[in-house]
Each structure stands twice: as C-alpha cells, then as structure tokens.
Design a protein around this ligand. Sequence first.
Ligand SMILES: Cc1cc2nc3c(=O)[nH]c(=O)nc-3n(C[C@H](O)[C@H](O)[C@H](O)COP(=O)(O)OP(=O)(O)OC[C@H]3O[C@@H](n4cnc5c(N)ncnc54)[C@H](O)[C@@H]3O)c2cc1C
Length: 541
Amino acid sequence: MEPSWTSWGTTQPELPPAARELLESRLGALTPTQAAPIESAELPASRLRRSVIDRLIDAVGPRGVLADDATRARHAGGQAYADLIRRRAGDAGQAPDAVVLPRDAADVAKVLQICADDYVAVVPWGGGTSVVGGLDAERGRCTGLIALDVSRMDRLLAVDETSMLATFEPGIRTPEAERLLAEHGLTLGHVPQSFERASLGGYVVTRSAGQASTGVGRFDDLVAGLRMATPIGELVLDPIGGSAAGPDLRRLVMGSEGTLGVVTEVTVRVRRTPPVRKFEGWMAPSWDAGLAALRRIAQDGPHPDVVRLSDPNETIVSMTMSTAGPMTKRLLAAYLRLRRVRRGCLIVIGFQGTAEDVRHRREYVAEILRDNRAAPLGRSAGHAWERNRFAAPMLRDTLLDEGALAETLETAATWTKLPAVYAAVREALRVNLGDGAVVGTHVSHVYPTGASLYFTIIAAADPDRRVAQWAEAKAAVNTAIVAAGGTITHHHAVGTAHRDHVARDLGGAVGVEMLRAVKNAVDPRGVLNPGKLIPDHEGIS
Ligand SMILES: Cc1cc2nc3c(=O)[nH]c(=O)nc-3n(C[C@H](O)[C@H](O)[C@H](O)COP(=O)(O)OP(=O)(O)OC[C@H]3O[C@@H](n4cnc5c(N)ncnc54)[C@H](O)[C@@H]3O)c2cc1C
C-alpha cells in the first residue's frame, strides 16, 4: 500500500495524552484540518503541446509518459510544510504538465534533447522528499514542464568487492539498495530520516547527510564515480583510487540539484556489514556541557558512528511526544528527577563494527562523556531512539491534522559560532511565531571544525495564512543564520527555500558567477530545474 499524496506513512500515530496536554498548554486551541483526497485535487491544465508528448512517447514508450491527474498531482511538490499544506487543501498547482519515466540513461539523454529543443522545463524527480522546494514547478523561460521521474531506473549495476564499490541507477531507494548489497555481505550505511523514500540520485545532488555521518561520512564522502546526462552530452566520471587531475568535478555535480544535468548512475563506496551495533543513551547536565563533550569526541581520538545531542527543550519534548515505550520514558523521567536535572540534554551514541573495534571506541567515548559530567542511561535509551528514528514524519502528519504548524530546519557552524547561530535562530522563531511555539534543537552531525543544528518547530498555525505564516518565519531565520555566520543549509540543500541566501556559501559574487557560467555552458536553454539553487543576484543577502 502506498501512502496518500499528503502523508508520509501508511499509518499515523495517535498523539500521546501528555503530548496533547503540552500542545494545549503551549499553543492554546487549534483549528483541526483534514487532508483532501487526491480525487479532489485541483490542477492547472497541462501546457505540453501534443507534438512534444508524441516525441516523448517515441523516446520512452507509452508507459513512460503519464499525464493523468492523479500522477501529476502526486508530483505536485515535495515534503516541505508548504507542500503538505497546499496538497492537504487540494491545491496541486505545483503539478508538472506530465510525468516522464525513463528506463535507462539513453532514455534520459533523449528526453533532455526533446525538452531542450522545445523549451520544456525538466524537474528531475528522485524520491520526492525535497523539503526546500527543489521540486517546485518553476518554469523559467519555458512554457511546458515535466517531472523526470527516475523511479524505473532502480537497478544495482555492478559490485566490485576488490575496490569495495557498488554502482547503482539513480532511482533506487535505500532499503532496496541495502537489501541488494546485503546479499554480498556489504552495506552503504547512509541512513537519513527519509531513508525509506529518498533515492540514491537525490542523495548525490543534495549532498545528503545520514544519521551515521560521524562514522560513515556524508553522502559526498561515499560518491566515488557518476554519470550525468546534460543537454550537451554525457559527463562520465569513473571511480578512481585518488587523483590530482584538476578540480574534482564529482564535487560540482554533488549539490547541483538537477540544475546541471540528470545523474543516471552513481558508484558508491561500500563497507562490510558490521557484525556488532550498539546504541546507548547519556544525559548531559546542560547544553554547553553536551556541546563540549561532542566537540572533544569530534576532535580527539576514535569516534562513534552516530552522535546526537538534544537541547533541554527537545529532550523534554521527545520524551513527551515519543512513541517510545512507557518504560523508557519512565526511566528517563525518574533519572532527571533523581539528579535534579532540569535542563538535562539527551545524548545518543551509536557504534557499528567488529566487537573489538566497538569495545575500544566505546571505552574512549565513555571517558570523554564522563569527563564532561554526562551520566550513562544505558542501552535501552539508545535503542529506543534507534527504534523510533523514522517516526517523526508520521507524527508530523498527526500534528497537521490537529491544526499545528510543524516544520524543521537546519544549519551548521564552526564550534566558535555555534552558540550564536543557535541563539539567533531561536530568537527569530520566537519573534515570528510567538513565545508559545515549541522549538527543540539537536546536533546530529559533528566535525572537528563544527557541527550541525537541527530545529523542530511546533506552533499554532494561523488557519487563514498557514503557508505565508511559515514563509515569513523561515525568511527571518534565513537572514538570522547568515548574519550569525552559519551555513544556509547543512543537508537539506538549497532548492528555492535557500536560493536567495546561498550566495555567501557559494563564495559571493565570483562563486555565483562561476556556477552560473557552468550552468549556461551545459544547459544553454535553461531547461534544467529552473529557479533552483542559483541565486539571480550576486550579492550576499
Ligand atoms: C521526513 C524527511 C526527513 C529527511 N531527513 C533527511 C536527513 O536525515 N538527511 C538529509 O540529508 N536529508 C533529509 N531529508 C531531505 C531529503 O530527503 C534529501 O534532500 C534527499 O537527498 C532527497 O532525495 P530524493 O531522492 O527524495 O530527491 P528529490 O526530492 O526527488 O529531489 C531533490 C532535488 O534533487 C533533484 N534530483 C533528484 N534526483 C535527481 C537526479 N537523478 N539527477 C539530478 N537531479 C536530481 C531534484 O530535481 C530536486 O531538486 C529529509 C526529508 C524528509 C521529508
């Protein structure tokens, strides 16, 4: 069974009673909403000319071009709060004129040629999980617009166990990729929260980061080679052991978000399936103490594979909202009372590897945590997090039904600037969404030089202007992040949501110009994902 066009999962959790009480006390009375069924979706008429449709059918076969309302509506935007709110209201205004499903790289090349000839915008479509407007139906100079859905390109093409590499088509979803690798005793180990639905091609072009990034690395670190179709031909970057042959163009494709071409193949580094996996919980006495511990973990010695630190708000909220067993929740609550910790911060640490390797790293990390006055909560707290780590998007659907505004955002900064960025984002949210808004934060990706910050926001939605309300708050946060020295995005990518604030991350006016020059060279007619990533001004906003 597929999830509906508005929901993440096929089931939805009930709000635990304590969570309902918390919402009522913080947000007051909400106006519940109901999600519109796909049959009632309102779509603009398709603007594709018949001659273009016929050429596309010639290229990919009749099963590869779908222009029915339901398929178009299912491709109306991604998974951002605004996308969900629009679809829940029956608004499929972001729908493409048609959905084209290539079978292989040759089909993709043909489709790009047709679209370039006829000025049809191409929105590459992986798993559809973009939360930054990366799938918006922006047309630029084009009249027609297709979603190029690569879900039929989902094969494992090769495994090289000598070099520990695996080559996939871009549309494969992570669970299937992991299942196929497991037959070889191998794993990719990339586990974002969108694990079930996002595609490998999507990870490449958005520079995704998974929950085990401290051990496995970001997706950038896993990409060894790739192929990308562009309107002027194919870019082939074979995997190599190491090279000094000019700039690494893999890095240019990574983060290109469909604006430079369509990734048709990716070769990733793989590892042997770890025999031992251990997760454990710790409690830091404060956010500052937790950050100090994480910094030492990132900078010194052997580190764990998963590291997460929740701030006091998120610690309380996740205990309240969590669908974790009552035993785990009671344990944590009792612990906090016992130690008279009112601003305690939950830390989750995970290890995967051989027994000996895990033992060695655990001992070392435990020493750092103790040095920073963190106290062990044991394995059940860690495994409770592991069991529930994919539940949040489903809980979001429940919160939207209740009438709440529920969204997340993220950034990263150097350790030096992290406290200022944290404070600036929280203040921008408070000013825009009010004191009642519940804002929890965690760090889940650490580096020797800095760390990410991930904010979860639950506020009272303004029933008359849900989309505009969040757009205003988000714009204020974007400005605050840039002013405080954070990156506009650590792993959600740029899309349209961050485009106007990305210039500094790209190196200012010169960087923007370099990117634009590459775009113009490979996509002279501007058909590839118009309006995404590349700002239309050079300034640093
Ligand atoms: C509930 C939820 C949790 C998430 N958690 C995480 C997380 O933990 N870590 C993380 O990094 N991200 C996370 N994300 C964001 C999102 O899942 C990632 O950005 C992911 O990499 C997108 O992959 P996708 O296949 O869904 O791409 P899509 O959403 O389909 O596309 C994303 C962008 O890439 C382009 N694109 C897609 N495929 C191709 C291709 N083959 N060639 C060229 N361009 C292409 C699209 O045009 C679009 O601009 C989350 C999103 C949701 C909804």
